[in-house]
Design a binder for this molecule. Structure first.
Ligand code: NAD
Length: 396
């Protein structure tokens, strides 16, 4: 099969196995060039196949020599369809871990369900005994509640009043004004149910009850705050409410882990191109401008640089500094006043005519296609290749 990118709105419906493998390898190479991390040994990553979760798995394995179990929800290839990028990423990751002599097993299924939690705990008991780091990095549009069976859908909307601002279609470069109507109370409730902290708590409770948490265990979930221009649609919107809920869960998880000397954290990360962030209105334009300014300043980072820093300098570094709300901040470079001042100035001026000079839209687009394994110069995309790739530990 000849695999080319096919886009529908902000998603790419195809993925290239060799390109995804390359994407994974680049992240592994980055970590291998850094100083080793005196870090975790047995790690569970929930949401391990793309974005921040994949980087969390790679940095733990190749930075700290950790054994990892990764949970994700991806689709293998079938008939004339390629697998999802996260499937190919995980296949390549497991192979690289195995080649390096490091344990890595994956579980593909709905992390919100009771079954997947049980399956994961059984695997931990069988292979690892206890876990000392749990990264919770799910981003999902939907959740079926494991107790009530209710299906929740998350929406990205402002709260209270409509929000109007600039946005870009990152495929065409057209900058336009978008107005997003405020969420209803029920939409807020549903978004909190999907992207809030209840499921994270359920994981930790189930793991504690099954006695698979090591003494001194750490768990981390990821959040975003960002600048004023995105606040209505992010921090003060439905997703922000869900992140507030995540922080409340983190406090309860801290109590749950007290008897083990464990700790729970929310880490506020940088805005980056991932499958999830490209779905948020306004944010891709902000990210394009942020990339331009941070690349110029020499402080630009991707998921892997962010997570390496989270492990090496913060979680397993000399001193863990927290903000006044008890959060880890690895969005520190993004939020520097001089960076934000420049982005703000560009924001006021940007339009369709000047988008390529006032933003790094090219960079955004190429990062986006890279997420699906496209755009690597060393890969011949006209070559016929098999979309069927198996993940070693998932073969049935
Ligand atoms: P992503 O879309 O790249 O990754 C989501 C992961 O969740 C994938 O591994 C996917 O398979 C998994 N997943 C989704 N639904 C699942 C389910 N039902 N069961 C099992 N696995 C499931 O997302 P991302 O951007 O890396 O986001 C991860 C976290 O980081 C989110 O909490 C997000 O809010 C946060 N974050 C993202 C950014 C950003 O700019 N991308 C910035 C700060 C924080």
């Amino acid at each position: 099969m000849i695999i080319q990118p096919k886009t529908r709105g902000f998603i790419c419906t195809t993925a290239h196995p060799e390109g995804c493998a390359k994407n994974v390898q680049e992240q592994i190479d980055y970590v291998k060039k850094q100083a080793p991390i005196e870090g975790p040994k047995n790690v569970l990553v929930i949401g391990a196949s793309t974005g921040y979760g994949l980087a969390s798995r790679i940095a733990a394995t190749f930075g700290a020599g950790a054994k990892t179990i990764g949970v994700f929800f991806e689709r293998p290839a079938s008939d004339n369809r390629t697998a999802t990028a996260g499937w190919y990423n995980s296949a390549a990751f497991e192979k690289a871990a195995k080649d390096a002599g490091l344990y890595a097993k994956s579980i593909n299924g709905d992390a919100f369900s009771r079954e997947i939690k049980e399956q994961t705990i059984d695997l931990i008991k069988k292979d690892l005994g206890k876990i000392d780091l749990i990264i919770y990095s799910l981003a999902s549009p939907r959740r079926i509640h494991p107790v009530t069976g209710e299906t929740f859908n998350s929406v990205i909307k402002p709260i209270g009043k409509p929000f109007t601002n600039k946005t870009v279609d990152f495929h065409t470069g057209v900058v336009s004004e978008v107005t997003i109507q405020p969420a209803t109370e029920d939409e807020i409730r549903q978004t909190i149910a999907v992207m809030g902290g209840e499921d994270w708590e359920m994981w930790l409770e189930a793991m504690k009850n099954a006695d698979v948490l090591a003494d001194g265990v750490i768990t981390v979930s990821y959040s975003y705050i960002g600048p004023e221009v995105t606040h209505a649609v992010y921090k003060n919107g439905t997703i922000g409410r869900a992140k507030d809920d995540l922080e409340a869960s983190s406090k309860r998880i801290n109590q749950l882990l007290e008897s083990l000397g464990g700790k729970s954290f929310v880490s506020v990360n940088k805005a980056l191109v991932t499958q999830s962030s490209s779905a948020i209105p306004v944010v891709p334009l902000y990210i394009s401008q942020l990339y331009k300014v941070m690349k110029q300043a020499g402080t630009h980072e991707g998921c892997i640089e962010q997570i390496y820093r989270l492990y090496a300098d913060r979680l397993y570094g000399k001193e863990l500094e927290l903000d006044s709300n008890g959060r880890i901040r690895i969005d520190d470079l993004e939020m520097k006043p001089e960076i934000q001042k420049e982005v703000d100035e560009l924001w006021k001026k940007v339009d369709t005519e000047n988008i390529y000079t006032l933003s790094d839209l090219e960079g955004y687009r190429s990062e986006f296609f890279k997420l699906f394994g496209f755009g690597f110069k060393s890969i011949d995309y006209s070559k016929d290749i098999s979309p069927e790739v198996s993940i070693e530990s998932i073969k049935d």
